[in-house]
Design a protein around this ligand. Sequence first.
Ligand SMILES: [Zn+2]
Length: 167
Amino acid sequence: MPRIVERAEAIAVVTASREQAGSVTDSCLMCEIIRGDVVPGAVVAETPELFVFLPRFGVRWGHVVIAVRDHVETLTEAGVARWATLCERAYFTQAALSAVLQPLRCYVATLGSGRAQPMTCEHLHTHVVPIHEPGDRPARVLTWEYGVVTAEPAEFEALASRLRAAV
Ligand SMILES: [Zn+2]
């Protein structure tokens, strides 16, 4: 069963897996995941432009991250065509999550900090997060502060497979 772990534990696991992969401090976590140096929960889809995955630590069960494959940091750098491609993928991802997990709704958010931190990075990406609690609000959902969800590799793979089948 997916389980909640505290932020500190999740950061320690991510940091350890990056060290194991030989990451240097200023490298990009998203690029490491896309290259396969750091293993996500499961890969949902890959296209020439996008890399879609279930993060090993998500803010809710079913949290999907859609990253542009190349390291770009801003929407302007990505360009409108690639942004449109990312938005289209976010649309179909929320449709798949809605069909598979039947949440109340899905949050779709493009966030990111100006500098790398253990739980975020500058590399352009969009979160699609299924919401099940009527009282959930973005400030409470889009943070690691209240813990994160993780699961066994087989559980991640099973969900990724159901999401692929639902698109
Ligand atoms: Zn990157």
